[in-house]
Unconditional design. Structure first.
Length: 68
């Protein structure tokens, strides 16, 4: 499982990061973002690519577990 850290980045950078990671063809990823817009956009992109997303919020950060 790849883990990506997109804290401090604003969209579209987190979406670009997960898109590049998904090119490897793995079945699971974790990405950490620190704003609501990035959380929503990464979730929408992953769902559109056929992945399921589970979100865990902790201290103003969102950990998105993305699986097929």
């Amino acid at each position: 499982m790849k883990e990506l850290d997109a804290r401090g980045l604003s969209c579209p950078e987190p979406v670009i990061m997960i898109r590049k990671a998904m090119a490897s063809g793995e079945d699971a990823y974790t990405i950490i973002v620190d704003n609501l817009t990035s959380r929503e956009n990464v979730t929408r992109y992953a769902n559109h690519q056929g992945y399921q997303v589970a979100v865990k919020e902790e201290n103003g950060e969102y950990r998105l577990s993305i699986t097929r």
